[in-house]
Design a protein around this ligand. Structure first.
Ligand SMILES: [Zn+2]
Length: 357
């Protein structure tokens, strides 16, 4: 398995402190992707769920993925330990606690409704559990954010249509609807109509595209689904015209370096195209995707790209401004987040330009 995790003894203290202190925004993190093996085992025990792994180490040893499809399989297996809103609260809260420790000030989390509905649960179980955790994180630590339920693309359009009907009554409780899971073979254009219906209901759209899928998947996310944001989008560099369109329109790309290495999109972190995406003037930001599976949280990804991709502190700050501008926070919250980051930049005498939204 590729080893994207950075080596603590080679980090400089200054970079360590700077990354930790920087006020951060995360826009691409799947709730169950933060389910650490320890919590997975304790939920399995509480709910009487038999697991295919006998020990935590055995589960960790299973985190070797050939590709996205293999990972999605394991990810779905993890959802079987979830039986109540309280369980989803516990998973989300563990992540938000980590956000607090790591100074993530705003986070928008992808979640899955369909899997739980197919297990026989109501969609409220997911929405209530996650939103209760966000309410507590806001009260205790001032962390803001919300939910991005995703259509599971490999289950097809009909299921997505059903999901939209389930989510429609709750459209005020979600930030957007996304498109996630196995990408190749399920291009965004298949979902044009269901996303058009969502748009008519006032629901924003995001989509995973161009992670394993070719640049055409990204074109379709833009032209057919009319996304506000693209998750990954890293293969855009294979198409000059696409790269130029993304640059001109500043369509956000939420990039997840550790994920891309763990799923074999790049062999090593050193090969990741993040520096080229920044160089091309694209609106890119950095995120963890599924931190419990891919070897690290947001700050670990930030350390990784400094150590292995040649990015510097200014690049990290630029990506944080991009993340604020690309978030679905309201104008007032975005202004607050920008002020916090401005202050950080000023206090650390960093040079980075605050691009306005
Ligand atoms: Zn993702």
């Amino acid at each position: 398995m590729p080893k994207p995790v950075s080596h603590p003894n080679t980090r400089s203290d200054r970079t360590d402190n700077l990354i930790l202190d920087m006020p951060k925004v995360e826009l691409h993190m799947h709730v169950e992707g933060s389910l650490e093996p320890e919590l997975l085992f304790s939920l399995a025990e509480k709910n009487g769920v038999a697991l295919p792994w006998r020990t935590i180490d055995e589960l960790k040893a299973a985190y070797h993925f050939k590709d996205l499809a293999e990972f999605v399989d394991l990810f779905i297996q993890g959802t079987q330990v979830v039986k109540s809103a309280d369980d989803l609260y516990a998973i989300t809260m563990a992540y938000l606690q980590k956000c607090h420790q790591d100074n993530i000030r705003h986070t928008e989390v992808h979640c899955d409704i369909r899997t739980y509905v197919d297990y026989g649960f109501a969609p409220e179980m997911v929405l209530d559990g996650i939103s209760a955790a966000f309410a507590d994180a806001k009260k205790h630590w001032g962390i803001t954010g919300g939910m991005l339920p995703c259509f599971i693309r490999h289950l097809g359009v009909e299921k997505a249509e059903q999901d939209l009907r389930l989510l429609a009554p709750y459209r005020d409780r979600i930030l957007a609807i996304g498109l996630a899971a196995v990408e190749v073979g399920y291009p965004p254009a298949l979902f044009t109509e269901v996303f058009a219906k969502a748009r008519d209901m006032g629901i924003r759209a995001i989509a995973h595209a161009g992670e394993e899928g070719d640049p055409d998947y990204i074109w379709q996310a833009i032209d057919d689904i009319k996304v506000d944001r693209i998750d990954h989008g890293i293969r855009c560099l294979e198409d000059k015209q696409l790269t130029e369109t993304l640059r001109q329109r500043q369509i956000p790309l939420t990039v997840c370096p550790f994920s891309n290495v763990a799923l074999g999109v790049f062999e090593r972190l050193e090969d990741h195209c993040l520096p080229q995406l920044l160089e091309a003037g694209l609106n890119v930001s950095i995120h963890s995707d599924d931190p419990a599976f891919f070897g690290g949280y947001l700050i670990d990804n930030m350390h990784g790209v400094v150590e292995h991709c040649g990015l510097d502190e200014t690049d990290l700050v630029t990506m944080q401004y991009n993340a604020i501008n690309s978030s679905f926070a309201d104008a007032q919250r975005k202004a607050e987040l920008r002020r916090e980051l401005d202050e950080f930049v000023h206090n650390h005498s960093l040079m980075a330009q605050s691009r306005s939204a």
